[in-house]
Ligand binder design. Sequence first.
Ligand code: SF4
Ligand code: SF4
Length: 433
Amino acid sequence: MADPKSLGNFTAQDAPTYESLLQCMRCGFCLPTCPTFALTGRERSSPRGRVALARAVAEAKLPFTEAIKEEAFFCLDCRACSTACPSGVNPGEVMEICRSQVHQQQSLPKWQESFRNFILQKMLPDPGRLESSMLPARIYQKLGIQWLVRNSRILKLGPRWFEKAEGMLPELHTPLRQRIPELNLAKGEKRGRVGFFLGCVMTLMYAEVSRQTVRVLSHQGFDVITPKLQKCCGAPHLTEGDRETTRQLAAHNLDLFLELDVDAIVTDCAGCSAALKEYEEILHERREIDKLAKFRSLVKDVSEFLVEWGLRTEQLQPVNRSVTYHDPCHLCHAQGISKQPRELLKAIPGVEFREMNESSWCCGSAATFSLKFTAESQNILDRKLNNVQNTGADILITANPGCHLQLAWGLREAGMPQPVMHLMELLGQATPE
Ligand code: SF4
Ligand code: SF4
């Protein structure tokens, strides 16, 4: 018998709301913004087509078919379509929720299910385990095995995704969570107190970037508290359709950070700030409305925060380089933050800012998309690299670790000389020790 609470052929738990599907008026304004539609020209791989598929499932006109399962994971969740949509539809979010349906409605082979559960439910929620899991990679780099592997052709013998994953690995350092003091005091005249949300990829792969972020915040006059007990924001779980683990992580982080009594909860990872800002919706059945609203009002991307409070520029040293900026989708489309990073870049003395064409077009990273769909990801990336090249800038700046990994790999593979830097790394260069 059909579940009376379910929506058509969706199961009751974690289905898109019918209202979110009805809002689409099929105008097509979203079509030119969608990278997967640009790649395929297929209606079903467009925002409008994806919403139509989900609506047909909700109205029980279609079963939860292979087509919708494929589209749920082929969508980059870049949210460019929601920026363009005059009707407030969010096809990326609809597809993200459909990923949870995929896992409810299809059973994986036992070993795949166990592996997925281990990563999502045991590894990612446990910072200690995550840090231990990176130790072999650090040894691999330290002993020079990486150099040997990269200079042989051995990786060409394996699958393309594996070669790419290895090629994307940045230089690893001791995870920042293990060495950063819980409290970094404000320098100069104190302006406030912030909680720092240290994302998993940032502490493991870009520890030096987040170290600079904390240093800059402290130089800007803020006490920075980095609680050791914080956990993953839950974004990877949303991406992989495990919304229940996201809820558990969100409840933990929300309670922990609200206890700190800070002026803001700041992060330098666009994927994390986008997920933290969604806690209000994710936890609406588990926490009181006022707590959720308070948490939502406190969460800030670091560029948003610094522009709101005003950047102190008196002590900044010149950085005499030309730079261009790639907008991370989870910053510009998911959070509407695009002016603030540019404002900060232009405030650094000596920096020459060069705008690139299509700066808010996805880079093709999109969590695991770049490894699951290597050819399509490369195609999207090539368009971005071409736009970077046309600026002639010395440095490519971005503000999200997923984009950073993809762009740094792409530039190196293409033989282009520009380094990729996080915005806070550049601001760190301009900030005296
Ligand atoms: S998703 Fe929005 S922009 Fe796209 S067709 Fe529907 S209403 Fe139009
Ligand atoms: S989120 Fe991105 S890839 Fe997905 S439908 Fe929208 S524009 Fe296309």
